[in-house]
Write a protein that binds this ligand. Structure first.
Ligand code: GLA
Length: 376
């Protein structure tokens, strides 16, 4: 363990935290202008930060290789910083690009958001820097504005064409609720999610299969969705109503049909989920989660044997529903379980992984937690 003072030899100006997220439903809808419903995790990236009098960025991570990464203004260009340091550096770059007066910083990062688990450890890193810069340099930006800056940082500096869900979740979620977000205009509403009050729990299974959105598959899926929308003469797939789905599918090349079917039905699932939560029927979410997983597996093609196994084992052991969460190609599964049966579901998933010869999965309960905030 190190602390800011032992790395940088001076006292910090402040400490910020930004969480990872679990998306309940609404996967691969954000870059189609659609709906999402994430919660923030109790796991956060923490940044202890001090302003510098020059333009230098010095970055240290408790989870890194023990070295300080120094980035001068000349090195702060897309592609110029790699590894974990690219995410915080990208945010400083994006803020300066947008004309905000952000100078040099010493930054000590300590994150307990599992990496490569589809739980937005990268967005947590970006958003904690965005919040810290906003606070330290008095930028006065709203959380949604910071989310757009962080998304631009990831798109342009890091080179991942992600949507805006993860950054919005990390910056805008509130404790005890899920964030119902329209990714087209960023209108949002906190939907209360009193799981404990209904004897329920959200169990997260990290399959330990490292997901990586940078490998091109995500970009190809996004491009496929955009091509389908263009062929249909729509601004985005969000503009295709569920009732018009079948007719639209008939007008598309075969390879694009499953993508469109997933996106359109997934947007409908988010709206159904929100209606159920508003009506206080949290258990009703279960079948929606499972239907979402089937759609991601069979139509969108982003699940993998380990996520499929975790979902099947959880449901067989009594979960009300389960699905992979996040971009896919590995990562985590979220299962809705009754408190009383949670232990049994966790054990069953562990046993199924052992029997299949997979590495032991990580398991934890996800409590809907607060978005980015200043700690000190
Ligand atoms: C990743 C991206 C998000 C979103 C999800 C899929 O997490 O960063 O923008 O597209 O995948 O829903």
């Amino acid at each position: 363990m190190t602390d800011f003072r032992s790395v940088f030899g001076a006292a910090p100006d402040g400490v910020w935290a930004a969480p990872g997220r679990v998306n309940l439903i609404g996967e691969h809808t954000d870059y189609n202008d659609g709906f999402v419903l994430p919660i923030a995790l109790p796991h956060t990236a923490k940044a202890t930060v001090r302003r510098r009098d020059d333009d230098l960025l010095r970055l240290y991570s408790e989870q890194g290789d023990g070295r300080v990464t120094e980035v001068g203004p000349a090195g702060l260009t897309p592609g110029g910083v790699t590894g974990w340091a690219a995410y915080p550096a990208a945010v400083v770059w994006a803020l300066r690009e947008a004309g905000h007066p952000v100078g040099g910083l010493d930054v000590h990062i300590d994150s307990d958001v599992p990496t490569g688990a589809g739980l937005s450890s990268s967005a947590a890193l970006e958003c904690v820097l965005a919040a810290a810069c906003d606070g330290l340099y008095g930028l006065g930006l709203a959380p949604a504005e910071l989310a757009l800056i962080a998304q631009r940082a990831e798109n342009t500096f890091v080179g991942v064409p992600c949507g805006v869900m993860d950054q919005m979740a990390s910056l805008c979620c509130a404790e005890g609720g899920a964030l119902f977000l329209d990714t087209r205009d960023l209108t949002q509403r906190q939907v209360p999610l009193d799981l404990a009050g209904q004897g329920l729990r959200l169990l997260v299974v990290d399959t330990r299969v490292k997901h990586d959105l940078g490998d091109g598959a995500y970009a190809r899926l996004r491009a496929g969705c955009e091509r389908a929308a263009a062929l249909l003469g729509l601004p985005a797939l969000r503009d295709l109503p569920l009732a018009a789905l079948d007719g639209a599918l008939a007008r598309l090349p075969a390879e694009l049909r499953p993508l469109v079917r997933h996106v359109v039905t997934e947007d409908a699932r988010v709206e159904q989920a929100v209606a159920l939560l508003d009506a206080g029927d949290l258990a009703g979410l279960g079948p929606i989660l499972s239907a979402g997983h089937a759609s991601l597996r069979d139509d969108f093609g982003v699940s993998c044997p380990e996520t499929d196994l975790a979902v099947a084992a959880a449901v067989d052991a009594g979960a009300l529903g389960a699905r992979m969460t996040g971009g896919g190609f590995g990562g985590s599964v979220v299962a809705l379980v009754a408190e009383a049966g949670a232990e049994q579901v966790a054990k069953a998933v562990g046993a199924a992984f052992a029997a299949a010869g997979h590495a032991e999965p990580g398991l934890f309960t996800a409590l809907p937690s607060a978005g980015a905030r200043r700690l000190a």
